[in-house]
Every structure is written in C-alpha cells, then in structure tokens.
Ligand binder design. Sequence first.
Ligand code: MN
Length: 317
Amino acid sequence: MPAETRPPGVATVDPGSVLLPGHDVPLGRYTTVRRLLPQRTRRLVGAWCFVDHFGPDDVARRPGMEVPPHPHTGLQTVTWLLDGEILHRDSLGNEQPIRPGQLNVMTSGHGIAHSERSPAEHPPLMHGVQLWVALPDQARAGAADFAHHAELPRWRDGELDVTLLVGELAGERSPARVHTPLLGAQLELAGPAAAGLPLRRDFEYALLALDGVGEVDDLPLTPGALLWLGSGRDTLRLRGEPGSRLMLLGGTPFEEPLVMWWNFVGRDHEEIVAAREDWMAGRRFGVVADDPDPPLPAPALPTVRLKARDRSGGFHV
Ligand code: MN
C-alpha cells in the first residue's frame, strides 16, 4: 500500500505488518463492541470478514448481552468467550449455552435466525469475540447448521498455550467445520520469551489482543487494534506479558467480492434486497422459538445501490 494512501493513525512496521485501530459500535441494547474487521483497506483475513471484540464488561447488576432474533445469510458466526455465559437460540430449534473455552459455529447457508442473550443469572464479567466467516459461492446456498464444540485441541508449545478454534495448526485439527482454508487460534503467553508458531506462507494472518500485551515485529499489540501480518511468513514470533491472550486469525486470501450489509453477506445489491424483504415478510429464515423479544426489524436500505467490494476495499463493478 503506498504511504500516501494510508489512513491517518495507522502504524506500519514492515511492508507486511500494519496496526489497524478498531472502532466502538453498539450491539443490542446494553453492549458496546470493538469492531476490528472489516477495515477500510482490509476487508478480510482469509474468509474472516467480521471481528467484534466485547468486554471485559462488568454485567453483575446489568442485563448483559441482549440481542433479539435477527437473520443471517452467506456466512458462519463463530463465538468464543473468555468470561461469562451467552444463551444461543436459533430457528433450527437449538438452544445452547456457551461458556469460556467452548466454541459455537453457526452456518447460515441461505438463511437462519438466532438470538444471543446473557441468561437471567449470569457470571459478573462478560468478555469474548464474535467473528463471521464469509461462505464461498459453492457453500453459501447450502443448509443452515449449528455446532457447539465443548472440547477443542489444546497444547503447550514452549511458553505458549494454544487453543485451536478453527482449522489446523502444528499437526492438530479443530472439529469445527469450515468451507475454505482457515485458521483461528487463541494464544496465551505462559512466559515472556519469544515463541515461534509454524505458519503457512499461502495464508494471510492477523492478530488481536484479547487481554494483556503481545508483541510481534517489535510492535506492541493491545486490545482495540488488529495487527495485519500479511502472507509469506512461515513462523510467528510472539512475545508479550505473561498471561496475555491473543487471537490469531488466518486463511487463504478470499477472492470473491462481497456485499456486507446489516447481518447479510451477499454478492450484489439484489441479493441483499431479497434477503431483507424475506426477513421483513417472515419468509426464509424461520422463527426463533421461546425468545422473549420480537424479531429485530431490518434497518432501511441506503438510497444508493450497494456495491460489492474486494478484499482490499476496492469496489467491484
Ligand atoms: Mn448474529
């Protein structure tokens, strides 16, 4: 990226690594999240197309997360908690609590609806991430699905405690089903020394700090920013404060231009309009049973046509 087009406030360490600050976005009635992806010039990391980091929030005397039924299409949602508890309900009839160390993967296919709430009796802290994965063209018309993974591969590598959420790393494989070559892993520093993790040169990667401070390429990384690492690396050398937890995301570059609007990932304006109309008419997405609130209405569409963007933010005509 030429220096003159770089957004203000964005630090560059080497041609491959760029620190991209996130921004705060309200989610539901009571939660504010740090949105780290999409960014203006980096829309995706592999097929990861959306990264929200929330908390740690004190929800001891507050409702916590309250996200009423809403639809999705064209994506998978991946939910991971460090603290707290969230109850997932969906239009397939699943009702599943998720707790720290567990993974929820919901595949929308052509359409699904779900709600996410802190239970009435919940732990005092809430802290986690919700990520979206864009489905490739051949998978996005498929059936909706929901999977809860209570057990994930975990191991100690030197001074790094690794939990593998998605994909393969160091000979281990996650049970989560995805549709493009993808990686998601939590890395917890057990000591301050540099740790080396094997990477794939054909993957692009990014790191976010969930808590504490990590350091890559002499660049400190704290919660609230995304460190874009690019591709062509075969090792990740990570340092940081002991106890710090970071999330490593990666995948092969996702080349299909996307239209992302509200909770929908599509390919063109007409598809998004059709998804919105189906949701407002009560078609396609089904009903989330037993949720205490009515479904969320979709916002109004912009008055201009939605355009597909490629992975670096350019419009695709
Ligand atoms: Mn959702």
